[in-house]
Structures are given as structure tokens and as C-alpha cells.
Design a protein around this ligand. Structure first.
Ligand code: ADP
Ligand code: MG
Length: 348
């Protein structure tokens, strides 16, 4: 079969607003018992037995994503993930999403189909229902705003403010990969601009690129903690980078923290890519962002339940607020952790 070099381009106007909404949402199935009414009325109706958790994130073309290397299907998937990640960071179970989009006429219906394919896959994989949204036009780029809704028993919800002296600091998975994935995609974009015939060689970086383009929210972690009978004292998801999230936990909980450089979990490909890009892997882990792992504190007595788990790394512990927030380097030096950016810490 000859590859279709000129895929169909159906103008949005051809369907009209209501036709477009029907078209985009026609294959979504409702699976949650708490969804009473989904798309199709003035408002959706949900019935939660527990407390309701709600979070919204907006993604703007040119600010949060670059369509020259982000496939629309991945963008749809990731837009759902960043929201679900916030629900899981409350130790809650996600159940519904709403999706609002603003699109310019440069996007054909087929492009939005791809976006919604990604949204649908995310809804299916994570068992959440699409229950509504809004569709409007934009003068230039694409804007996606997603709201995720979840539920949890009052006493199981975990806030940012519950950490106290002596608690252990724990992170799920490994970190820094998503940032490096972005560096590789940016580099390949420049290479492609210079010579469009150059085929990108990205095989070796597939993990890093996947972490950037197709992150998975850690739905499994609240479940794992429940099974281990561990309730975190505070929790946050890693959207902006480890250092700024640690600072958020500390500020909210009015505590300090000691974080050990040699305990920060890094994938081997993160270490090798850092060497190639001449970056310090600890700086990448602290400042990188978009890992969508969960960062939380637990009581010291929970150490035996956590310590051997391959999904969890204990990277530090809570100290009194007056002691500040420090990274303990491999050499035993104490470095103050600052909010963001390169060279984000100075020696004391
Ligand atoms: P209204 O004028 O009452 O706001 P709309 O015409 O905007 O209603 O939307 C009709 C239905 O389609 C509503 O249930 C709304 O939640 C849903 N909807 C609109 N846009 C989207 C979208 N982009 N994705 C999913 N559902 C949508
Ligand atoms: Mg509307």
C-alpha cells in the first residue's frame, strides 16, 4: 500500500461545534459507578460516597508543548496524566475528567481525532470517565484545559502539610529522565531544521523520550501504600522538579529536610545522557521536572514496610524548620536546596 502523504483534512467548520463535540466524544464509554450523567446535558452529575478531590491544569501550545515534535495523541494522553497525577498526589482515586479545548482553524478534524485518541487511551488505561468539557476557537494555537475529579475517605486524603520532624522522605520510580527526553527532542528538532533529510537517531534514548512524551501517573502508588498499610504524612507530585517540590512540602509542613545525593534514584540512561550533554545528574534530578512521580513523607516506624520496595526510594528525612533544607552530597558536604534553575545550589 502506498503511504498516504496527504491525509484527509476536514475543516472543523464542516462539522460545526456540536457536530465536532459529538464526533470527538462518540467512542468514549462510561465505566464509573459514580458517573450519573456524562456528556450531553447542561452539566454532568456525579455521586461520590467519599470526599471529592478536584484539580485543573491548562496546557498552552508554545508554552507547555511544541507540536513540531509532540504527536497530538501523546499530547492528549499526557494532558490527562498531569491531572491524574495531582489526584493521586492527594492519595485519592481518580474517577472523572472534563476536557476543554480552544483550537484555531489550522487544525483539521483529523488532528483533534488524534488528540482525543490519546485522551481516550488515558481514560481507558486509568479507568476514568470523560464527563464533559467545552469547545471554543482560538486565534492561533491549541489550548487544552483538563479537570480531573477523584474521591477518597476524609481520613485517607494526604495534604502537603503533614510532615513532621523525623519522618522519612520517599520518592517513587526514578527521576530526571523526562527533562533529558526534552533536551533530546529539542536537539533533534535543531538537527532536523538544519537538514530535513537527517533521520533522527533516538533509539538509545527511547526511555528518556517516553518519559517526556508519554508519562504515566502513579496510580499504583496510593494502592501500594494502602496495601502496605502506610499513610503518608504529606505528599506532592513531581511536576516541577525535586527541589521545588521538596520546598513546597517543607513550606506547607513548616519543617526542614535533609536529602542525600547518593539516594536519588536515577535510571542508567539518565546518567549516560548527562555525561553526553555535560550535565550534572543531581542538578537534572533536582531541577528537571515533568517526572510525575510521587514524593511523600512517612513516619519513621513505617521504614520496614517501605525499605525493600523496588518502586520506592528513601532519599532523606525531615528535620526541624530552623535547620533548613539541605542536600548532603556524596562527599558529605551540606548544600542549601534552592527553588529552581541551573546551578540551583551554592555551597554553604
Ligand atoms: P453548553 O452550551 O451547555 O455549555 P456545550 O455545547 O458547550 O454545552 O457542550 C455540550 C456537551 O458537550 C456538554 O455536556 C459538554 O460538557 C460537552 N463538551 C463540550 N465540549 C467538549 C469537549 N471538548 N470534550 C468533551 N466534552 C465536551
Ligand atoms: Mg459549554
Amino acid at each position: 500500500m502506498i503511504e498516504d502523504k496527504n491525509p484527509q483534512r476536514t475543516p472543523i467548520e464542516q462539522l460545526g461545534e456540536f457536530g465536532l463535540i459529538d464526533h470527538l466524544t462518540r467512542n468514549f464509554e462510561i465505566g464509573q459507578a459514580s458517573t450519573v450523567k456524562a456528556i450531553g446535558d447542561d452539566a454532568a452529575v456525579i455521586h461520590h460516597e467519599k470526599q471529592t478531590v478536584i484539580t485543573t491544569d491548562m496546557l498552552v501550545e508554545g508554552v507547555h508543548f511544541d507540536l513540531s515534535y509532540v504527536p497530538l495523541k501523546h499530547l492528549g494522553y499526557k494532558a490527562v496524566m498531569v491531572n491524574l497525577s495531582d489526584v493521586y498526589a492527594m492519595n485519592a482515586v481518580a474517577s472523572q475528567v472534563t476536557v476543554s479545548i480552544a483550537v484555531s482553524s489550522r487544525f483539521p478534524v483529523e488532528a483533534l481525532d488524534e488528540l482525543y485518541d490519546g485522551i481516550q487511551l488515558a481514560c481507558k488505561n486509568y479507568q476514568v470517565d470523560l464527563i464533559g468539557g467545552d469547545t471554543t476557537s482560538s486565534n492561533s494555537g491549541l489550548i487544552i484545559s483538563i479537570t480531573a475529579i477523584g474521591e477518597q475517605k476524609e481520613k485517607e486524603i494526604v495534604y502537603r502539610n503533614g510532615a513532621s520532624d523525623g519522618d522519612l522522605l520517599v520518592v517513587s520510580g526514578d527521576i530526571g529522565a523526562a527533562y533529558l527526553g526534552l533536551q533530546i527532542l529539542e536537539r533533534e528538532k535543531q538537527v532536523f531544521k538544519a537538514n530535513p533529510n537527517n533521520q533522527p537517531d533516538i533509539e538509545a534514548y527511547s526511555y528518556l523520550i517516553e518519559r517526556q512524551l508519554k508519562p504515566e501517573a502513579r496510580k499504583d502508588i496510593p494502592k501500594l501504600l494502602e496495601d502496605l498499610e502506610v499513610k503518608p504524612t504529606s505528599m506532592i507530585d513531581l511536576s516541577d522538579g525535586l527541589s521545588s517540590e521538596i520546598i513546597h512540602l517543607c513550606k506547607n509542613s513548616k519543617v526542614g529536610m535533609k536529602v542525600y545525593e547518593d539516594k536519588i534514584p536515577l535510571d542508567p540512561t539518565v546518567i549516560s545522557a548527562c555525561e553526553e550533554f555535560n550535565l550534572d545528574s543531581t542538578t537534572v534530578a533536582l531541577s528537571g521536572g515533568e517526572d510525575y512521580e510521587l514524593l511523600f513523607t512517612v513516619k519513621q516506624e513505617d521504614f520496614p514496610k517501605i525499605k525493600a520496595n523496588p518502586s520506592l526510594s528513601i532519599i532523606g528525612h525531615v528535620v526541624p524548620e530552623g535547620e533548613g533544607i539541605h542536600l548532603i552530597t556524596r562527599g558529605g558536604e551540606q548544600i542549601a536546596v534552592k527553588a529552581m534553575g541551573w546551578n540551583s545550589f551554592e555551597s554553604e
